[in-house]
Design a binder for this molecule. Structure first.
Ligand SMILES: Nc1ncnc2c1ncn2[C@@H]1O[C@H](COP(=O)(O)OP(=O)(O)OP(=O)(O)O)[C@@H](O)[C@H]1O
Length: 291
């Protein structure tokens, strides 16, 4: 198991991470969410040892990643742009990674590049932004490292290739491996993540399995009839996404309140499908935007 324990990190005299803790279990896809600048990339860089934490630690099966660099072979980080590889040809990158990662899957690497129409003789620098992400995500998945950390893998990727990329990510997961994805594409995570970790102001704010989230947070459309008071919704466990006259679209994180409202015959209540985007808007302080 990969365990991140109360990581703190200052960069340029600025506290970027101030208490990040979460765990990644084998077989899981974990989505790392947070608004721009909350520290997701810094966190991923710290996990793989590009940065050393000021305090806290990252352990892999109990071994401190920063104290025992050889453990890093079980981790691969794919940044949101493969800047370090720009001067190389795609095939050269594959061969370099094959020397570092003992389980590198060259057949997968070559077949997937072909699937995306990418030639091994091309220079990384000459690829478009989306093609660079297709290439670098393919390279990362081909390592067959136990923990694959992807920073915005679908950045700039068109919808057709995105679908293929998400399928590859899902297929790359084995019961022994895990994938951590930092992304703003919440509707993609909705489909593939087992667990989500929300970063706010450099701290892990909340973490849920998607199953728990669906069970504990409800999205409801409530119509107040016969003069029923909407003040019932004025509680911290309720977030109003939208209000049009007596019709309120809300998120609710309380079974007790839900039961209470369900028993009120002046209210008409419909349950709507909850999306990660709804929840993220609530928890990260966005304005209402009912879907
Ligand atoms: N090398 C650096 N030098 C100075 N400041 C940095 C550096 N790297 C990150 N920061 C700062 O740390 C904060 C977190 O940045 P980070 O890239 O980790 O956020 P993020 O959550 O990945 O953002 P985004 O979603 O926009 O990619 C930002 O305020 C950023 O300006």
């Amino acid at each position: 198991m990969l365990r991140i324990e109360t990581i703190e990190k200052r960069i340029d005299n600025r506290q970027v991470l101030s208490g990040v803790s979460f765990e990644v279990e084998p077989g899981q896809i974990v989505g790392l969410l947070g608004r721009n600048g909350t520290g997701k990339t810094t966190m991923l860089r710290t996990i793989v040892g590009i940065y050393n934490p000021d305090s806290g630690k990252v352990t892999l099966d109990g071994i401190d990643v920063h104290a025992k660099p050889e453990v890093k072979r079980d981790l691969v980080f794919i940044p949101d742009a493969p800047t370090a590889l720009e001067g190389y040809k795609l095939g050269e990158c594959g061969r370099m990674f094959a020397r570092i990662y003992p389980n590198f899957d060259m057949d997968f690497f070559q077949d997937t590049l072909k699937q995306f129409g990418l030639a091994e003789g091309q220079k990384v620098r000459k690829l478009s932004k989306g093609m660079k992400m297709l290439f670098s995500t393919t390279l990362g998945l081909a390592t067959r490292a136990r923990y694959i950390l992807l920073d915005e893998p679908t950045n700039g990727v068109d919808v057709i290739a995105k679908k293929q990329l998400l399928a590859l990510i899902m297929e790359a997961l084995t019961p022994e491996s895990s994938i951590v994805i930092s992304t703003h594409m919440l509707h993609e995570l909705d489909r593939i993540a087992d667990k989500i970790v929300l970063l706010r102001d450099g701290k892990t704010d909340e973490q849920w399995t998607l199953e728990q989230l669906q069970q504990q947070v409800r999205k409801l459309q409530i119509v107040f009839t016969n003069g029923a008071s909407a003040q019932l919704l004025d509680q911290p466990c309720v977030h109003v996404l939208q209000q049009i006259g007596p019709v309120h679209t809300v998120l609710m994180e309380s079974e007790e309140l839900y039961s209470l409202l369900s028993d009120n015959n002046k209210l008409l209540i419909d349950e709507l499908p909850l999306t990660l985007e709804d929840w993220f808007m609530w928890k990260s302080g966005g304005d209402g935007d009912a879907a």
